[in-house]
Design a protein around this ligand. Structure first.
Ligand code: ADE
Length: 251
C-alpha cells in the first residue's frame, strides 16, 4: 500500500513512521511511505503557506494554492489513492474504517495546521474528512500517524503471527484479556492459577471469560449490544468459575 502524507512537518512523520511496525511494513514492501510538503510549492521569497481568514477571526489558514499543489503532486505519484483530510469534524476513525482502507492500494493523508484549511481545497480535492476523536489537535500529523499505525498492522504479512489481528481487541467486539509474565508472584500479587496449570483448553476458556468480563466492565455498549446472549453468558460463567473448569476438564 502506498501512503502519501501531505504535511508541513515531514521530518515529524518520517521520524515516527520509520520505526516500529510501519518500519517493518516498509522493509517487507507491504507499505511505501512518502511525504509532500506544501512549502515546497510556495512561490514567494518567504515560502508562505498560510494567510489570515477572510471575515476576521483568530489564527491562520493554509492557503489554497500551495496546499492544492501539494495534494495534486501527491495524486500524481499515488494515483489510485483516496484523499483524506485529518480534521476534528471528520468521520470518527474506528476498526471498520481502518479495515476498509487497509484493502486499498493507496491513501493520501492531508494534515491541516493552524486554524484549518481553505474550504475550497476541501471541496475540490478531499474525498473524506477523518477524525481520531472529539478533541482538537494542533495539526493532523498525530492523527495521520495513528491512522497509519492502525492500517499497517492489518496489511498482509506485517504481523508475525497470522492470528494476531484476529486476536486484537474490537475484531470480535471484545476487549483483550489480561496478560501476565514472570515472576509468578510480584509484590504479593499472584498470576491467576489457571494460567500455570498447562491445560490450554481451560486457559482459552478462562481468557474468553476475561475478555467478556473486561468488555462488560469497560464497554458495556459492546457487551450488551445484542442483549445478554449465549456467548456473553458463557463468558461470564468461564470468568467466574475458572478453577472449577480447570479441575473438571480433561487436559
Ligand atoms: N486535527 C485536529 N484535530 C484533529 C482530530 N481530532 N482528528 C484528526 N485530525 C485532527
Amino acid at each position: 500500500m502506498q501512503i502519501t502524507v501531505v504535511t508541513l512537518f515531514p521530518e515529524l512523520v518520517r521520524a515516527v513512521m520509520h520505526s516500529g511496525m510501519p518500519r517493518v511494513a516498509e522493509s517487507q514492501g507491504a507499505m511505501a511511505l512518502a511525504t509532500v510538503n506544501p512549502r515546497d510549492f510556495a512561490q514567494d521569497r518567504h515560502r508562505t503557506v498560510d494567510d489570515r481568514p477572510f471575515g476576521g477571526g483568530p489564527g491562520m489558514l493554509l492557503k489554497p494554492e500551495t496546499l492544492a499543489a501539494a495534494i495534486r503532486a501527491a495524486k500524481a505519484e499515488n494515483s489510485e489513492a483516496a484523499v483524506w483530510l485529518l480534521s476534528p469534524q471528520g468521520v470518527r476513525l474506528d476498526r471498520d474504517l481502518v479495515a476498509a482502507v487497509a484493502t486499498q492500494p493507496g491513501l493520501i493523508l492531508v494534515c491541516g495546521r493552524y486554524e484549518g484549511v481553505d474550504q475550497r481545497v476541501v471541496d475540490a480535492l478531499v474525498d473524506q474528512e477523518v477524525s481520531i476523536g472529539d478533541y482538537v489537535l494542533s495539526g493532523g500529523e498525530l492523527g495521520a500517524m495513528v491512522l497509519i499505525d492502525a492500517v499497517v498492522r492489518r496489511l498482509p504479512g506485517v504481523l508475525g503471527d497470522a492470528e494476531s489481528v484476529v486476536q486484537d481487541s474490537f475484531e470480535t467486539a471484545r476487549l483483550d484479556h489480561p496478560h501476565y509474565t514472570r515472576p509468578e508472584c510480584w509484590e504479593d500479587r499472584a498470576v491467576p492459577a489457571v494460567l500455570l496449570g498447562g491445560n490450554h483448553r481451560v486457559i482459552e476458556a478462562w481468557r474468553a471469560g476475561q475478555r467478556g468480563l473486561n468488555t462488560a466492565r469497560h464497554r458495556p455498549d459492546l457487551f450488551y449490544g445484542q442483549g445478554l446472549d449465549d456467548r456473553a453468558r458463557a463468558e461470564l460463567t468461564a470468568a467466574w468459575a475458572p478453577e472449577a473448569l480447570w479441575q473438571t476438564n480433561e487436559p
